[in-house]
Design a protein around this ligand. Structure first.
Ligand code: SF4
Ligand code: SF4
Length: 272
């Protein structure tokens, strides 16, 4: 469940988060233009309503949390900050790296004596961070752009979050030269694995029919997914202008390359 993409790259956002964010689009569709306080906006999210009732500050969630082992990250602290209703502290949280460390494994939910799920609270925080544009204020938050462009676009183009032909191999140097060989011999190699690569039939890696892709686009439009993509692009563009990095729609632009490759290691827990 704790599935990190590009595990050898500085990107730490989980694939699962991406899908949770998509489902969140549906939940948030009626919230656009919401001008309440940050706390009110958070509390109008079903994730908050399901994820947090009363916290007794016991720290069990932090003790069980796998992300807390590797990062300077404490779900108990996050829950307490949200519950404090302190707008300034909530804003700081939305602008911080911290909320991007969670792997959404939901181990916290299984152990919390109050039945809370800090992981759901964090989903609501991430969504609000994207809606408000606060995500561009943190190193890990800015990586949302990379997830949107690399995985989000792949879903729209191919129907798969990761599609064999869609990957830019240069972005994954840790995979070494063999990937290119596999790509050059894809049909033969993938046939041997039992995949239906590029075939219009059932099975893994089959070609998704255009009518299904059209339907997928429609779902993204109707549920607000496209609008969220636009929001991420727009706030990222503004941030690029602010810090003086060239920005365009390609993954070769200076801002994308910076976001994708820079890792300060500040969030990592080096004490363990
Ligand atoms: S385990 Fe539950 S009650 Fe304890 S600190 Fe975490 S959220 Fe609060
Ligand atoms: S879902 Fe809960 S236990 Fe899992 S990484 Fe997030 S905060 Fe930690």
């Amino acid at each position: 469940m704790y599935m990190l993409i590009f595990c050898q790259s500085p990107l730490i956002l989980p694939v699962q988060e991406f899908f949770i964010t998509l489902s969140t689009e549906i939940i948030y569709k009626g919230m656009e233009g919401n001008s309440g306080s940050l706390y009110e906006r958070l509390m109008s999210d079903i994730h908050m309503q399901e994820g947090l009732s009363a916290c007794i500050n016991c720290g069990t969630c932090t003790a069980i949390c796998p992300a807390a082992m590797f990062y300077k990250y404490d779900p108990r602290e996050i829950v307490v900050t949200v519950a404090s209703r302190d707008e300034q502290k909530i804003e700081e949280l939305l602008k911080s790296d911290t909320i991007w460390a969670c792997g959404e494994c939901m181990s916290c939910k299984t152990r919390c004596p109050r039945g809370n799920a800090p992981g759901l609270v964090i989903i609501a925080l991430r969504v609000l961070s994207e809606e408000t544009g606060f995500f561009v204020e943190s190193e890990k938050g800015r990586q949302v752009l990379a997830i949107k462009r690399m995985i989000g676009q792949s879903i729209l183009d191919t129907g798969y979050c990761v599609w064999f032909d869609h990957l830019n191999l240069g972005a994954f140097p840790e995979q070494g030269p063999n990937w290119q060989w596999v790509r050059d011999n894809a049909s033969e190699v993938l046939d041997k694995t039992g995949a239906s690569y590029r075939k219009e039939t059932s099975g893994a890696l089959r070609t998704i029919p255009q009518k299904d892709l059209d339907e997928l686009h429609k779902i993204f439009e109707v549920t607000g997914g496209m609008k969220r993509y636009e929001t991420i692009e727009n706030f990222s563009r503004k941030k690029a202008e602010e810090i003086g990095l060239q920005f365009d729609e390609t993954n070769d632009c200076e801002y994308f390359q910076h976001v994708y490759s820079y890792n300060s290691h500040k969030l990592e827990n080096n004490e363990g």
